[in-house]
Design a protein around this ligand. Structure first.
Ligand code: SF4
Ligand code: SF4
Length: 201
């Protein structure tokens, strides 16, 4: 089957006498440059000046810590969905027969591509993309972030968590409201119910 390629029509190529002078284009370019001289510069003197990033920025993934322990219930979804297999985790049982926790949770930061898929699939909002972007490691071992290094208190991630809640609610509306009674095993649902929040997914 022949593929049709749309080319410019003869009228599109025809320049007027005014266009062919090129001077209007040159002067409008110069005028723009001149106007920019008096505008606030966008340049930031990094690293002396910190960069302010919005909640939509995806920095390094971290585990949310709530009341001193991880929210993660070791379901393994994040490890399965991670495209470069950056997440390694091992689940262990807790005293509660319904609960599990990650005995080992590691992210290989040399592999992570900051795609945010782990955050998307997590049913507990236990792994989120933090605003942290300036971190250094000098060896391969240092690039393996263990659970201790990954845990960040919930209050330091409020910015992102609030944004996620807003985006998800906008996207899904109330059509996918889940029945709380069927989801009491969820740590997130329990803590939300305790705080008197409305539980929607
Ligand atoms: S952000 Fe993407 S690459 Fe990084 S750990 Fe999460 S899923 Fe894997
Ligand atoms: S998807 Fe969430 S709850 Fe499941 S293992 Fe990953 S961080 Fe934990």
């Amino acid at each position: 089957m022949a593929i049709q390629i749309r080319t410019a029509s003869p009228d599109e190529r025809r320049l007027t006498w005014w266009d062919r002078l090129y001077l209007p284009a040159v002067f409008s370019g110069l005028a723009y440059t001149f106007r920019r001289l008096f505008m606030k510069p966008f340049t930031v003197q990094y690293p002396e000046e910190p960069i302010e990033l919005g909640p939509e920025f995806r920095g390094r993934p971290v585990l949310v810590a709530e009341n001193g322990k991880e929210r993660c219930v070791a379901c393994g979804l994040c490890a399965r969905v991670c495209p470069p297999f950056a997440i390694h985790m091992q689940a262990a049982e807790t005293d509660d027969p319904k609960e599990r926790y990650p005995a080992i949770f590691e992210i290989n930061m040399l592999r992570c591509i900051y795609c945010g898929l782990c955050e998307d699939v997590c049913p507990e909002e236990a792994i989120v993309m933090s605003p942290e972007y300036d971190f250094v490691f000098r060896t391969r071992e240092e690039a393996i972030y263990t659970k201790e290094k990954l845990l960040v208190d919930k209050k330091d991630l409020e910015h992102r968590l609030r944004w996620l809640k807003k985006m998800r609610n906008t996207q899904f509306g109330k059509r996918f409201r889940f029945r709380v009674a069927n989801n009491i095993h969820s740590v997130k649902a329990r803590s939300m119910m305790k705080e008197g929040e409305e539980v929607v997914s």
